[in-house]
Design a protein around this ligand. Sequence first.
Ligand code: AMP
Length: 413
Amino acid sequence: MSFKDLQLNRPILRAIAETGYDEPTLVQEKTIPLVLSKKDVIVSAQTGTGKTASFALPILQLLFDKQDASKKGKKIRALIVSPTRELAIQIGENFKNYSTYTNLTSTAIYGGTSIEPQIDVLKKGVDILIATPGRLLDLHKQDIANLDYIETLVLDEADLMLDMGFVDDVKKIERLCTKEKQILLFSATIPYKVEQLANTILKAPERIEVAPNSSTSKNINQALYYVPKPNKIELCLHLLRNTIKGSTLIFRRTKFGVQKLEQTLLKNGYKVESIHGDKSQNLRQEALKNFKSNHVNILIATDVAARGIDINDLDAVINFDLPNVPETYVHRIGRTARAGNTGASYSFCSADEKNYVKTIQQLIQIQIDVIEDHPYPLDPKEKPIIHKSKKTGSKHKKGRKSEASKKKKKRWY
Ligand code: AMP
């Protein structure tokens, strides 16, 4: 199928061609016709499937067909609600791209950054608004964001939105829009609470499921390292020194973990950036920019911060902490080995994470190669022989440790 078969009009087709897309992805093929026919839709698809264009393109087409000749007095007619700021910015960039040859305008509004410039843009009028829930409600309260003319409402990454505690905000936003609007709900997975939300606000929705990717590319060399938790940092440094080359994304489960690892890598002379929830919006954007432009080649992130963000074409992914949801593993390592390139993934498994390996391997139907030959094995086959000579055990010797070597020891932690 081609984009032309999807009945998209010329200015949009031209922008698509210039972006370099040859044909629609599966989710686009299935979703675009339903959006154009003004149906409510629930789409279960993960980032990387091309889901942004699957709503952005038909929305532009629908608005384009009713495009006012005059630019004056534009009303917001499409609203995209996104859980994270980065995702809002990225969706905004997509809309800008695809609308190049139309008169349609869009803007992204989100918290953590000055509100005034956003007010100025909204006052001038836009057709499409991309927003995080908090900032949107704030600007609505101030009578700046008028939602009375919304024709299409998109809830992107709905499962994450609910996980982040936005359920009441989302319901409120839905009520603030017109009753007649079309609603498109996108979610990586459809857990019960998403289903419940959909039941309360969508009208006879069509369902589209792009099967969660359970297969990992053959081009990814997957390696598994069993390692005691306290030694993960040493193992990471060991691999960065000896094995891993190129742009590397390191996943940690918590913000604290990200910060701790960042400090250690910086102290060891690595150029590193990080993204996590405690960072200001500007710093997160800057970190992403530095990484994408290859100013630094290591980025450390939590899954939540990295979710939905277009960071692909990596040389390596390190699962510093194993994900407890097996699909997350597929998703994380799928960011490497794009477009026929080869990539590598390095997963660290401590004793308490062994069960995660089981569920991941069940999902991907592959036994991940276990690398035993490394300096920090979890169950050393041969216990190192400790010579309890009086000399090495003497207090005197300990007392003579230099300050530098003490510091060196400390800095791992
Ligand atoms: P998304 O799932 O929306 O985050 O998109 C993932 C990546 O796929 C982005 O880098 C898009 O630019 C890209 N993409 C979207 N649609 C297509 C397409 N039809 N052909 C090739 N790449 C695409």
